[in-house]
Design a protein around this ligand. Structure first.
Ligand code: UD1
Ligand code: CA
Length: 458
């Protein structure tokens, strides 16, 4: 039986990133580079997917879990050596094997599929995915003979001045006849500028033994970029962002200024939603139909239902139901559930609180560790005093209650439905239904006092 296999190379440290984070764990539009590569590979039918890990092996495994098998390359002796680590799992299998790097996050399953097709058409033993780079810099160069037939790949550091001028580059992606690959790897040596076992040498070896090597040249160089440093990382982010934004626009989302809109991979947005400039929609976010996400809002891992209006606000790990609105300048911290038609105005903060349908909180309030029922009015500047310096306490407020402006509700508290709390009160005791709580000292007026002030003699 002929199989299809994939090897993802992800053992390198990524020295050129100058980072404590392992290279393939750097994110492009909110998703690690290795996850981007794996997600595209998963769209093809594969019998085996193996990731070669080394630097930060546990972290890489943790980030992609059981979606692949793993082999450890304990010393980073080069890409050829990395592939050879998979020998025990693959070498006796009939079939074709795709090799990809974990640092080429923009490549699509469509391109991989075309590469497989071309490999089969050409009846090749090895097929390289190549592209034409405007500035080939550090990429490996594709050396062809006078007839245009691929001879070998030469690394930039080992290239002659003639070879360095070649614009056709190795994208680091190949399809091999599986058994031929492992046979050729045995002959790879490390007598080169970097003293590494280069996978690229396998091409010359297969060619020299008289087998057919072909190259499939993709048209879009940008899709093939390898991320070795932070400049390339920012390029990859920009290109991926363009791709994501276009996808949403083609699916009925209005994006006012795509060049200044930051939507992570995997975010979902419903039709007729408008995304204003400067918005960031982070991983895990789902936005419904007919919403407006106002300029400079940031939504992190949250679910926003339909007809919701967000104005310059930050929402994290929370949920907003249909027809609710927030902002400008408010903040939903984790575990806030905002019910239907709830209004949260400006400068409010909500944390770990559920707010039921129709409740309104117009201005300058803090609600933390609370459950608010339906149709409650929270006056300006109300504070839920949830923390005693040691522990957090819960406050529950029943339906149709009225909390006057500048009240402090000192938790734990049970405020029954239809309660009324007078403005300026510091409430420490529970309230029964239909009661009013007032907790402030009475006003005293001192007659004529203004005139007694030393600076107001008249
Ligand atoms: C490699 C290619 C180069 C190509 C470029 C495309 C080689 C020798 N060179 O160069 O021709 O143009 O990719 O982007 O293959 N890795 C390991 N173990 C190792 C070394 C590397 O797993 O011992 C992994 C890295 O984590 C990385 C991938 O292999 O994901 C490629 O390695 P990298 O060092 O980035 O190779 P380039 O210099 O970019
Ligand atoms: Ca690379």
């Amino acid at each position: 039986m002929s199989t299809r296999n994939t090897i993802i190379l992800a053992a390198g440290k990524g020295t050129r990133m100058k980072s404590k984070l392992y290279k393939v764990l750097h994110k492009v539009c909110g998703k690690t580079m290795v996850d981007h590569v794996l997600s595209q590979v998963e769209r093809l039918k594969m019998d085996n997917i193996i990731t070669v890990v080394g630097y930060g092996a546990e972290k890489v495994e943790e980030s992609i879990g059981d979606r692949t098998k793993y082999v450890l390359q304990d010393q980073q002796l080069g890409t050829g050596d990395a592939v050879e680590r998979t020998e025990d799992l693959l070498k006796d299998i009939d079939g074709t094997t795709l090799v990809v790097s974990g640092d080429t996050p923009l490549l699509t399953s469509d391109t991989f599929e075309k590469l497989f097709d071309y490999h089969e058409q050409q009846q090749a033993t090895a097929t390289i995915l190549t592209s034409i780079a405007p500035d080939p810099a550090a990429y490996g160069r594709i050396v062809r003979n006078d007839l245009g037939i691929v001879e070998k790949i030469v690394e930039a550091k080992d290239a002659t001045s003639e070879e360095i001028a070649i614009k056709e580059i190795n994208t680091g992606v190949y399809v091999f006849d599986n058994k031929a690959l492992f046979k050729a790897l045995k002959q790879v040596e490390n007598n080169n500028a970097q003293q590494e076992f280069y996978l690229t040498d396998v091409i010359g070896i297969i060619k020299a033994q008289g087998d057919n090597v072909s190259a499939y040249q993709m048209t879009d160089f940008e899709e093939s970029i390898g991320v070795n440093d932070r400049v390339a990382l920012s390029d990859a982010n920009r290109i991926m962002q363009e791709r994501i934004n276009r996808y949403h626009m083609y699916h009925g989302v209005t994006i006012d200024n795509p060049a200044d809109t930051y939507i992570d991979a995997g975010v979902e947005i419903g039709t007729d939603t408008i995304i204003e400039p400067g918005v960031q929609l982070k991983a895990g976010t789902i936005i419904g139909d007919n919403c407006v996400v106002g300029a400079h809002s940031k939504v992190i891992n949250s679910k926003i239902h339909d007809n919701v209006k967000i104005t310059s606000s930050v929402i994290e790990d929370s949920e907003m139901m249909d027809n609710s609105d927030i902002g400008p300048n408010s903040h939903l911290r984790p575990e806030s559930i905002i019910g239907k038609s709830v209004h949260i105005g400006n400068f409010c903060e909500v944390k770990k609180a559920t707010i039921d349908e129709g409740t309104k909180m117009g201005h300058l309030s803090y609600v933390g560790n609370a459950h608010l029922g339906k149709n409650i009015n929270i006056g300006c500047g109300v504070i839920f005093v949830n923390y005693d310096g040691k522990e957090k306490h819960q406050t529950n407020v029943g339906d149709n209650s009225f909390i006057g402006s500048n009240a402090n509700l000192v938790a734990p508290l049970e405020i029954a439905s239809h309660s009324f709390i007078a403005a300026g009160s510091t409430i420490t005791d529970d309230l029964n239904e239909f009661d009013m709580g007032i907790a402030r000292s009475r006003q005293t007026n001192k007659a004529g006092y203004y005139k007694k002030l030393p600076y107001n003699k008249e």
